[in-house]
Design a binder for this molecule. Sequence first.
Ligand SMILES: [Fe+2]
Length: 174
Amino acid sequence: MIHDFAVTENYVIFPLMPLTADIDQIKSGGRHFQWQPGLDQLFGVLPRNGEAADVRWFTAPNGFQGHTLNAFDDGRGRIYVDMPVTSGNIFYFFPQADGRVPLPETLQMTRWTFDMNKTGNSLEASPLTDFMCEFPRGDDRYMGKPYRHGFVIGFDPTRPYDFEKLGPPRPSNS
Ligand SMILES: [Fe+2]
C-alpha cells in the first residue's frame, strides 16, 4: 500500500508499506489489505524527468511509514525524506493473516537518506524526534527544499486517556 509520497527538486519518492492486496481474498469477501510481517518497507525513487523504467528500489526493515513532512536533495544524488515511521501496523483494521496486529511502538519522525551514487538497495534511517508524533506540516515555501522547521502532533502516553469518550486506543491481540 502506498499512503503518501515525497517530492524534491530532482526526484519523486514513493514509500510502500508492507500491506498487500490479494485478489482472491477480496473476491471471497476478505479485507482489501493484509499486513505482511515478513516483508520489508519499499521505497521507489523516480527521477523527476524519468519514466517507470528509471525507478530505483530501496528497502528498509518491516515497518509502517506515515505522512511526509518534507523532502529535499542536494543536487548531487543524496536525497533526504522526513516522515514518521513505526515498527508496528497503525492500520489495525488490516491485520495480518493470523488476525494479529503488531503494535506500533515508536512512531518517530525519521530522516531517510538515499544515496543515488551508491549501488545496492539500502538506505540510512536516523530519528529526528525522541517522542511519538504524526500528521506533520511544513512551510509550503520550503517544500522540496532544505528547511529547518516542521510541525507535528505529538503523543504523550503518560497523559490521561479518556476511554469512555474515545474507546480503546487500539485493538487487543487476544
Ligand atoms: Fe493519511
